[in-house]
Design a protein. Structure first.
Length: 332
């Protein structure tokens, strides 16, 4: 069975949008509840490549997902999630949903191949995407693939960074994790943070700060990424937030780790969001959005915990909520 084609009468019971822990857990539960779910596993784009699987695809070792006492690689964990959903015959399309119409029933979803899918229930589990500083120079070198990226795990091993200094921008867990990872390839690794205290958890801070190859440049913001189209990135111009002074630090790469923005653009404002753009649910225990039949789970709604395990838990809740909602409507 495939998604509905123009002119056919297929109405999906449950469409799940996303491919992180929330989406795959929702798929496992929905499939085992005989909802025959269809997952749109559209993903994050890195260069011209689409990478489904959400943020864990860009993580090295996951040490805090229960059930893996020795830890597990992020991509390996996501592969296992996906395989478990497939085991119960979840149908999967590697496409992004670009538009939704929740004003009529069944709901209509348009994908990036211009195909439409109709559905009684939709679970939005699209996660969040990396933030950028917004500097012209940053975007220039990023788009040209010349040394600016938001994914050390994807790009860190490139020869251009080998044994060269690089900078990781940010002060949270992602920044210290990416900095630690980059010491495998590049030296020294600067963490450029705009304050004088890291936001990262104590254990991860300690690990990074005790690494002789990591140096934190406190109270610093990036004014410009320097370089040219032949050599790529050669440095960054930093501004000291206290003295206002600028200085240039030589680096061959810049790795952004300044947080994420929930992926909600395709919803066209049909669901309510909070001031940071995260989807709002109608109560704290369930996954209902303001539109009955549309549920949301994972990082797209969660600005507080943002963990794989909490996303997976919400995905489970969303599938159970969808199943019960369909039963209440008498939809089989
Ligand atoms: P985050 O905790 O939101 O940290 C973002 C960092 O970027 C902050 O230090 C922030 O500075 C800085 N920042 C934000 N905008 C900036 C800008 N425009 N210019 C300069 N700096 C800017 O994001 P995250 O590190 O990606 O972590 C997100 C969540 O994932 C957290 O809950 C984290 O615990 C979790 N996580 C866990 C692991 C793990 O356990 N292995 C790994 C990665 C992430 P301020 O501090 O000044 O606000």
């Amino acid at each position: 069975m495939t998604a509905s084609q123009p002119g056919d009468n297929t109405i999906e019971k449950t469409v799940i949008i996303g491919s992180g822990p929330a989406a795959w857990t929702a798929a496992v539960y929905a499939a085992r509840a005989n909802l025959n779910p269809l997952v749109f596993e559209g993903g994050i784009t890195s260069g011209s490549e689409m990478i489904p699987g959400g943020q864990l695809m860009f993580t090295t070792e996951v040490e805090n997902y229960p059930g893996f006492p020795q830890g597990i690689d992020g991509p390996e964990l996501m592969q296992a999630f996906r395989q478990q959903a497939e085991r119960f015959e979840t149908r999967i399309k590697t496409r992004n949903i670009i538009e939704c119409d929740f004003s009529k029933r069944p709901f209509v979803l348009k994908d990036d191949q211009a195909e439409e899918t109709r559905a009684h229930t939709v679970i939005v589990a699209t996660g969040a995407s990396a933030n950028w500083l917004g500097l012209e120079s940053e975007q220039h070198f990023r788009k040209a693939g010349l040394g600016v990226t938001a994914c050390a795990t994807c790009d860190g091993a490139f020869p251009r960074f080998r044994n060269k200094p690089v900078a990781v921008i940010g002060g949270g867990d992602s920044a210290v994790e990416e900095a630690s990872f980059m010491t495998k390839f590049a030296k020294p690794v600067y963490i450029v943070h705009r304050r004088e205290e890291l936001r990262a958890s104590k254990i991860m801070q300690q690990r990074a700060l005790s690494n002789e190859h990591i140096q934190v440049l406190w109270n610093s913001t990036v004014e410009e990424v320097l370089g040219d189209d032949e050599k790529g990135v050669t440095g960054i111009r930093l501004k000291d937030t206290k003295s206002g002074e600028s200085r240039v630090v030589e680096v061959a790469g810049v790795f952004l780790a300044i947080g994420h923005t929930p992926n909600t653009a395709f919803l066209g404002g049909q669901l309510d969001t909070d001031d940071k753009g995260y989807l709002k649910l109608t109560d704290n225990y369930r996954t209902f959005t303001k539109i009955p039949g549309v549920f949301a789970a994972g990082d797209v709604v969660d600005s507080v915990y943002r963990q794989a395990i909490t996303a997976a838990g919400m995905g489970c809740k969303a599938a159970i909520d969808a199943e019960r909602w369909l039963a209440e409507q008498g939809i089989e």
